[in-house]
Design a protein around this ligand. Structure first.
Ligand code: PEP
Ligand code: MG
Length: 571
């Protein structure tokens, strides 16, 4: 399985098409004295040809998609930028070849922008490189390579997609997009979202390791890609795709509903987010907060760690959008299946049982402290709850809190403000801490149950390995019993306990969770409407009876069958 950043949700199954954008032919770096006039002509003709292409692209997009046309109007402006033009002309008169001058000058500006502090500006360096590629191609007299010539639906795989590549996509022919680079605010992500094409970006080594024509499953709700899946797995994902699409339809109707049960009891419905999309932030008014901000997505699909400023900005944006509602920022959870190539971490035999999340952060306190400082600094923008992932022991909690205190002391010394209302919590996703929940609860303000990992560790079945997928049973009564124990322990001490694993967004499981006493469910945006609808059809007494019955059953299949039969009306 490959993991990347899900930037445009959806699910697709299809064949891979490799797309390699234009690679310019080599050119001489310098020219003989006296050839400058000829070089200048080549440059000016190139500008003219590029301008003609951009104008016809804008004319076409102006009718079909004015938002996208704006991107290429900006390209026209950059193409004619006076400072860049002067520098290119000066280099040519110094006997640099026209192509080398274009290559160097545009490259220099792109590099400067790429190193800036503002992540949105950094993404704009791709625009400069896009314009450079167009200009060089025009100077070499080559025609435009065109993705619009794709005839049958495919999964598009590329190292990167330039804005001009994505703008010409025929959304009916592109089932999904996979790239090795890019992030949530890169143009390819913006355009994929606007077309509704599922997209997973920042997938390391995808181009070299996924061959042309390979059949893949792209689960862009989670950022997962599976190669050569067997027919039953393909069928399962096609079914998931259908469910996803149906959910999208009901979303519009139920998103704004109040999550109140028939007996009047309210269940908090919160959002799981990776890097916040506009759609997610815009939905804040319909949600009770963010139950899980998976910060690792900020660290993926790039070559260096995000610095403190970038993190402050990203966290602040979410806290502001949720206007005083709780936002649970989960500290870095890398390792396991989520690799950061630039950290050069040793290969592990069992990465899920290895140096992951909090464990890794303890080994790299400088990375952890930078993140904690950023969280604290952002806390003034809203109601921050900090959550530590992969807690296995009470010592883990104490150590993490100690480091948080260190970050607070640093900020105190620097007289940098942070909120004094921050709640500190843990993810309960390792059975050892679930079994110790009564004592763990004394150390923290809240807990959130990570049912994805809690299931894999309870069932001893790798959640990424399709070969043991049937052992990784979310509906196994053992998992529900363990959750029940955690909920009782935290509730008895008056500490909030929620669920932020996939179970929280699963209607059948959510009913059992409510029956076990959970009153905070967190899920991806695409599940919110369905869960709100289910909540409205349940009541506390009925869910407790269902939960009691489920915990007494002996198999996961038995549980699922029972729930389907009992809860047919909510599905
Ligand atoms: C979980 O384990 O349930 C969880 C929410 O965290 P993640 O899926 O990111 O491991
Ligand atoms: Mg987890």
């Amino acid at each position: 399985m490959f993991q990347g950043i899900p930037v445009s949700p959806g699910i697709a199954v299809g064949r891979v098409l490799h797309y390699a954008p234009f690679v310019p032919q080599k050119w001489d770096k310098t020219v003989q004295d006296g050839s400058q006039a000829q070089e200048l002509i080549q440059y000016e003709e190139g500008i003219q040809a590029a301008e003609t292409e951009l104008q016809s692209l804008c004319d076409r997009l102006e009718k079909s998609d004015p938002e996208k046309a704006k991107i290429f109007h900006a390209h026209q402006d950059i193409l004619h930028d006076i400072v860049i033009d002067e520098e290119i002309r000066a280099a040519i008169s110094d006997a640099t070849s026209a192509q080398e001058a274009v290559y160097q000058v545009f490259g220099r500006y792109a590099a400067v922008i790429a190193q800036g502090a503002d992540p949105v500006m950094r993404e704009r360096s791709a625009d400069l490189l896009d314009i450079r590629a167009r200009l060089l191609r025009c100077m070499q007299g080559q025609p435009e390579q065109d993705l619009s010539s794709v005839h049958e639906p495919i999964v598009l795989l590329a190292h990167d997609l330039l804005p001009s590549d994505t703008a010409k996509l025929d959304p009916d022919k592109i089932l999904a997009i996979i790239t090795e680079v890019g992030g949530i605010s890169s143009h390819s992500a913006i355009i994929a979202r606007s077309y509704g094409i599922p997209a997973v970006l920042g997938v390391p080594n995808a181009v070299s390791e996924i061959r042309q024509d390979t059949v893949v499953i792209v689960d862009a709700t989670k950022g997962e890609i599976y190669l050569n899946p067997e027919k039953p797995m393909q069928a399962a994902y096609l079914e998931k795709r259908e469910v996803f699409q149906k959910q999208q339809e009901v979303t519009r109707k139920w998103l704004s509903a109040e999550p109140v049960m028939l007996d009047g009891e309210r269940v908090e419905v919160e959002l799981n987010i990776g890097l916040a999309t506009k759609q997610e932030l815009d939905a804040s008014c319909h949600l009770d907060g963010v139950g899980l901000l998976r910060t690792e997505f900020l660290y993926m699909g790039r070559d260096t760690l995000p610095d403190e400023e970038e993190q402050v900005k990203a966290y602040t944006q979410v806290l502001r959008a949720f206007e005083g509602k709780p936002v649970i920022i989960r500290t870095l959870d890398v390792g396991g299946d989520k690799k950061l190539s630039y950290l050069n971490l040793p290969v592990e035999e069992n990465p899920f049982l290895g140096n992951r999340a909090l464990r890794l952060c303890f080994q790299h306190p400088e990375i952890f402290l930078t993140q904690l400082r950023a969280c604290l600094r952002a806390s003034v923008a809203g109601q921050l709850w900090i959550m530590f992932p992969m807690v296995g022991t009470v010592e883990d909690i104490r150590k993490a809190k100690q480091l948080l205190k260190q970050a607070q002391q640093e900020l105190d010394q620097e007289q940098i403000p942070y909120a004094d209302t921050i709640k500190i919590g843990i993810m309960v996703e390792i059975p050892s801490i679930a079994l110790m929940a009564d004592l763990a609860a004394k150390e923290v303000d809240f807990a959130s149950i990570g049912t994805n990992d809690l299931t894999q560790y309870t069932m001893a079945a790798d959640r990424m390995n399709p070969a043991v997928g049937h052992y990784c049973q979310m509906y196994n009564p053992a998992v529900f019993r363990l959750i029940g124990q955690v909920v009782s322990s935290f509730s008895a001490q008056g500490k909030p306990v929620g669920v932020c694993g996939e179970m929280g967004g699963d209607s059948l499981a959510a009913a059992v969770l409510i029956g076990l006493g959970v009153r905070r469910l967190s899920m991806g945006l695409s599940n919110v409407a369905q869960i709100k609808k289910s909540i409205g059809m349940l009541d506390a007494r009925r869910t407790s009876e269902i939960a009691r019955h489920v915990c007494g059953l002996s198999t996961a299949d038995g549980v699922e069958q029972y729930l389907r039969q009992q809860l047919a009306e909510i599905l």
